[in-house]
Design a protein around this ligand. Structure first.
Ligand SMILES: NC(=O)c1ccc[n+]([C@@H]2O[C@H](COP(=O)([O-])OP(=O)(O)OC[C@H]3O[C@@H](n4cnc5c(N)ncnc54)[C@H](OP(=O)(O)O)[C@@H]3O)[C@@H](O)[C@H]2O)c1
Length: 310
């Protein structure tokens, strides 16, 4: 399992500012470059979801992976209860559509995207595990109680929750405070941290003078708080500089140091170099403590609109 997984939410955007969550300008050839560089550096786990551009991210990802043997990469996608269909088995239906879009007959890691009604949405995973259409199951945006309930339901059929995927960054450490990181460590459950870079706000690349793309949803969330992140991102940059790395690499290295597998949203091939660097950075305990103190001092709440309190 790679030390870092790659996220493709932004790949579902149209690429036009004002008409997408990220407002990034992505091209087919650029994403192919991302895939080639990632794959050749051992980053072979790709995270997507139907909800990212209503299937567009899955489609674009499959196009970018064309030509690779299915055994050379792993796919992680999600069932999103909030957009479930009204058929007899909405979970199986949504999976089937994902498989179609991605041109495959199985996914390596299948997630319940958000905790809606755990008792309702967990059992339909059991026959999908049994048939081999999904190899492993994880839950995302579930709190401790919801994780335990999902695990109990799967446990009765001889399966288990093997992974948890939650928002976890220097600025947003709810899963650590709620004991979810400890639970995962103790139960051999892999914790995947998402939005480790706070959608670009923690990369040092964006600041009040150079804000996130005008008109994008992420700009609406972060541009107003960029000035409060400056002390943190400056320090991340300085820590990185000593190691020939960037602030973004330090954010990723921090998430690895916390025992998590970061899912980093990659939009440019050059960002893969950062992941290679991050994989090799060992942060000292004092550096981790200093960064977390600066993050706390920024006093911002970056909880996504889709998340509930951990
Ligand atoms: N389960 C869930 O509910 C959930 C929710 C959110 C995300 N996720 C998953 O987690 C993934 C990661 O989250 P995210 O994509 O929202 O945000 P993220 O990883 O925090 O940030 C991604 C953005 O950071 C910038 N970036 C990435 N690498 C960089 C580097 N090395 N140097 C400088 N900038 C860099 C890019 O912005 P520019 O393009 O502007 O350069 C990119 O769009 C998603 O793609 C998705 O797979 C899951």
């Amino acid at each position: 399992m790679p030390a870092v997984a790659l996220g493709t939410w932004a790949w579902g955007d149209s690429g036009q500012p004002g008409d997408g969550y990220f407002g990034s300008r992505l091209s087919e050839s650029g994403l192919r470059e991302v895939v080639e560089k990632a794959q050749s550096n051992g980053f072979t786990l790709w995270d997507t979801a139907v909800a990212y551009g209503m299937g567009r991210s899955e489609t674009v990802l499959a196009q970018a992976l064309a030509g690779y043997d299915r055994s050379e990469y792993k796919l992680s996608t999600k069932f999103t209860p909030q957009i479930a269909g009204d058929g007899d088995d909405p979970v199986a239906d949504m999976l089937e559509q994902s498989l179609d879009r991605m041109g495959t007959d199985y996914v390596d890691l299948f997630w319940i995207h958000n905790a809606a009604d755990v008792a309702r949405w967990t059992p339909p995973l059991i026959p999908l595990l049994g048939s081999g259409k999904i190899k492993h199951v994880g839950v995302s945006n579930h709190n401790m109680e919801e994780i335990a309930l999902a695990d109990r339901i799967l446990g009765e059929a001889g399966f288990r929750v093997e992974a948890v995927q939650n928002h976890f960054s220097l600025l947003y450490r709810g899963s650590e405070r709620a004991g979810i990181l400890d639970y995962c460590r103790e139960h051999d459950v892999r914790f995947f941290s998402y939005m480790v870079l706070e959608q670009g706000a923690l990369t040092g690349r964006y600041n009040p003078a150079n804000p996130l793309p005008e008109g994008s949803s992420r700009a609406a969330v972060y541009n107003g708080i960029l000035h409060r992140l400056q002390a943190l991102t400056d320090r991340m940059g300085a820590i990185g500089e000593d190691r020939g790395a960037s602030a973004a690499d330090v954010a990723t290295a921090w998430a690895i140091a916390k025992g998590t597998t970061p899912i980093i949203g990659v939009t440019k091939a050059g960002y893969i170099d950062g992941l290679v660097r991050a994989r090799g950075i060992e942060l000292a305990d004092a550096e981790i403590a200093e960064l977390e103190a600066l993050a706390d001092a920024a006093d911002v709440d970056t909880r996504g609109w889709w998340e509930h309190e951990m």
